[in-house]
Design a protein around this ligand. Structure first.
Ligand code: ZN
Ligand code: FE
Length: 239
């Protein structure tokens, strides 16, 4: 399986997971149709599935047009079936979603939205975390509670350290300023920020990041309890 990173809208990332044997593909969170269609047409991709982490427009904005053009099936969380446009296939917490050669475990990770999920392609050791876990940050809590978000991040933290994390936005540099401001003595963080700046300078995505790096550097994953996590989340909202 090959991953292709596609920039969408302002700072969103969509991702193709491509079975190179037959060019069958899934796309995660197509925020808009244009860049997705371009890649499909230039690479003879067969877009079989559209996977949505949550219902926000910048993650589902391409669903309708892509489904109409390619007949792809839209996959989303069962409890969000009324707000994920064009949804066809429902998934639930802890389910293994398996179609063709694609196989992912679903985690329900509420907090940013009530119905947010992650797709864990465990054989490939890759997780698509939408707007829940970012590199050096986490999503804003719009619909859930601090405790839900804390527990959602905890689920992700328990995965193998070498897991590659693919998140929904390029927020890494801005996030790094907050981590540095609140964790100034963290040498691993400082080293990671040097790498991040180098990537940004060369116009490269800072994703994927590894879960190991995030455990070392992401201040929201380093929070020991809900109270300290909540305090950080409030500070970040006003940073
Ligand atoms: Zn969102
Ligand atoms: Fe988003």
């Amino acid at each position: 399986m090959k991953i292709k990173i596609i920039k969408c809208l302002q700072d969103n990332y969509s991702y193709f997971i491509i079975d190179e044997k037959n060019q069958n593909a899934c796309v995660i969170d197509p925020g808009e149709p244009g860049p997705i269609i371009n890649f499909i047409e230039n690479n003879n991709i067969k877009l079989k599935y559209i996977l949505n982490t949550h219902h926000h427009y910048d993650h589902v904005g391409g669903n309708e047009e892509l489904k109409k053009k390619y007949g792809s099936k839209v996959v989303g969380f069962i409890e969000d079936k009324y707000r994920i446009p064009e949804i066809d296939l429902f998934v639930e917490d802890n389910q293994i979603w398996k179609k063709d050669k694609f196989e992912a475990k679903i985690y329900h990770i509420p907090g940013h939205t009530k119905g947010h999920i992650a797709f864990h392609f465990f054989k490939e050791k890759k997780i698509f975390t939408g707007d829940t876990l970012f590199s050096l940050g986490c999503g804003r809590i719009f619909e859930g509670t601090y405790e839900q978000m804390f527990n959602s991040l905890k689920k992700i933290k328990e995965l193998p350290k070498e897991t590659e994390v693919y998140c929904g936005h390029e927020y890494t540099l801005a996030n790094s300023f907050f981590c540095l401001a609140n964790d100034a003595k963290n040498l691993k963080l400082k080293k990671k920020v040097v790498e991040i700046k180098e990537k940004i300078k060369n116009n490269l995505p800072t994703v994927p990041t590894s879960l190991g790096d995030e455990l070392d550097c992401n201040i929201f994953l380093r929070a020991k309890d809900v109270e300290s996590f909540s305090k950080l989340r409030d500070l970040k909202d006003n940073f």
